[in-house]
Design a protein around this ligand. Sequence first.
Ligand SMILES: [Zn+2]
Length: 65
Amino acid sequence: MQKHEQKLLMGLLVCPICKGSLTRVQASDELICYPCELAFPIVDDIPRMLPEHARQISLEEKLDR
Ligand SMILES: [Zn+2]
C-alpha cells in the first residue's frame, strides 16, 4: 500500500467502540476517542485500533483537548 493511501485511510478511522470520530495527537502519536476516554497507538504510521491495545486517557488529557 502506498503511504498516501494509508494517510487517506486514517481520515476514515472511527472508534471501534462508539464509532465516533478520533482526534490525532501528534505529540504522542495516538488517536484519541474522547467520549470513550481511550487512546489508540499509531505504530509505524499504522493505527492499532483494537480495544486491547488502547490505553485509558487521564483526566488532564481529556481536559486538554
Ligand atoms: Zn469511542
